[in-house]
Design a protein around this ligand. Structure first.
Ligand code: ATP
Length: 432
């Protein structure tokens, strides 16, 4: 019998601000593979891999894709050639697009540890071509193309073993989005029916629909969740209710909503990296544009006003100790953290007050090191202060409102269902 091997393939940077989408190139490629190579087994759902959200080269959400195909060893070359020609045909050529493809031939579904480490680095740091080249030499990875090679090789190493989610991307003519009106109540109802197995479909604060991304790309809807069954049912009902004619869909397994970039974030700020730090809020003020800027030693924190109530909460945290995370940037010789989320660790700054005299009600005054005295009636008591936190806010955890969530941020809706997607991956109709 002919030896079977796994061909791990990853693609990145096949889109530009003017149109296209790396996920759509992958969708068309997969449909062609299914049509042309009947003997090939698609060994896992395609992966949609979000990398460092703070790299400056990204178009939108810094996404790469990965496929694992199983085929006989002597068919690999033909398959590789086919993939290269199709990506070339479908990738955007306008604007900043610089497509890259990476191939790893292996006897296993798993990838080497060194490649996995590159994935974690690419989620939390800026990766250079040199590092990628070293990894490719060590593991015999073939690459073709431009800057996209960095994201593609990193995506080959994607490790979703701890937590993952799904996103069903529904494709069609981008023109549809211009006139399409999606009823908020309908999407909210579908969300209620599929909760907690779908997330970020609507923003209840603004009463807006979140599953329809704006932009010139062919993604009409993106439905995110933990369970393929719930997502596919949601999509079928939505499309039927809207009477919409679309090109098709593809279900991706993703690292979206897993907060992987924060979990592995550095504590020392460096430009274009996610960072997580414990800070003491010393000063805080609103800029003219209503954003909130705070300082803590030689570090500045910045919270954009459109992130919602987070701004007011940070203002109330003057004096508190916070666990903050976000993206770092060096500006005018100082590091700024652009806040994504905060968790209050402690109300640290307090106001101390002497108690009143239990006999006559006059405020007691200090009398020596350990005593307090009433100047009216002469009562002397052991010293005991009343402690007032300067700010008595109750929140302990705060993240942006739903409509301001970036791809890797974890929404409240996912709390408690982490890891579920890793066991609910049996799916039919994952590509249409
Ligand atoms: P879309 O979300 O619409 O697919 P995008 O935001 O993913 O677009 P890309 O077109 O994929 O943007 O471009 C991202 C570019 O940044 C790619 O060339 C990729 O190789 C590179 N890149 C991604 N992550 C890193 C990283 N951590 N360090 C250096 N380069 C990176």
């Amino acid at each position: 019998m002919l030896k079977q091997v796994y061909l791990h393939v990853a693609i990145d940077d096949a889109d530009s601000h003017m149109g296209g989408c790396t996920t759509y190139v992958t969708y068309r490629l997969l449909k062609d593979i299914i049509r042309e190579f009947s003997e090939i087994e698609i060994a896992d759902l395609p992966l949609l891999v979000r990398l460092n959200p703070y790299v400056p080269f990204k178009t939108r959400g810094n996404a790469a894709t990965k496929l694992i195909l199983r085929t006989c060893e002597n068919a690999v070359d033909k398959l590789r050639e086919f993939i290269i020609s199709k990506v070339e045909q479908y990738a955007e050529r306008r604007g900043k697009a610089s497509p890259g493809i990476a191939f790893l031939i292996s006897n296993s579904l798993q990838v080497p540890d060194g490649l996995r480490r590159l994935y974690y680095k690419a989620v939390t740091d800026v990766v250079t071509f040199d590092i990628v080249k070293k990894i490719c030499d060590r593991y015999n990875i073939e690459t073709i193309g431009g800057r996209g090679i960095i994201g593609a090789v990193a995506a080959l190493g994607a490790d979703f073993s701890n937590d993952s989610t799904y996103e069903l991307l529904i494709y069609g003519d981008p023109q549809i989005k211009k006139s399409l009106e999606v009823n908020y109540e309908l999407v909210k109802l579908l969300h209620e029916l599929s909760r907690p197995f779908t997330f970020l479909d609507v923003d209840p604060e603004d009463c807006t629909v979140l599953l329809m991304p704006a932009g010139p790309d062919p993604v009409i809807f993106g439905i995110r969740g933990e369970s393929p069954l719930h997502i596919l049912t949601f999509a079928s009902v939505l499309l039927t209710a809207l009477g919409l004619d679309v090109e098709g869909w593809l279900l991706y397994r993703t690292n979206q909503g897993t907060e992987i970039h924060v979990e592995h974030a550095a504590w020392r700020p460096r430009t274009y990296r996610p960072v997580r730090k414990i800070v003491h809020i010393e000063h805080c003020y609103r800029t003219e544009e209503r954003h909130v800027e705070t300082t803590c030693g030689d570090l500045n924190l910045w919270c954009y006003r459109h992130l919602g109530t987070m701004c007011t909460e940070i203002e109330r945290d003057l004096g508190a100790v916070l666990d903050v995370w976000g993206g770092a940037k060096l500006q005018d010789g100082k590091y700024y953290i652009y806040i994504e989320g905060i968790r209050k660790v402690a109300d640290r700054q307090v106001r101390l007050e002497n108690p009143r005299c239990p006999r006559c009600g006059r405020r007691l005054v200090s009398s020596g090191r350990d005593l307090m005295k009433c100047e009216k009636c002469g009562l002397v008591l052991p010293k005991e202060k009343i402690v007032h936190p300067i700010v008595e806010s109750e929140h302990t955890f705060s993240i942006p409102k739903f409509s301001e969530h970036r791809h890797l941020m974890k929404s409240f809706e996912r709390v408690g269902v982490e890891g579920l997607a890793n066991v609910l991956n049996i799916s039919v109709l994952w590509i249409v």
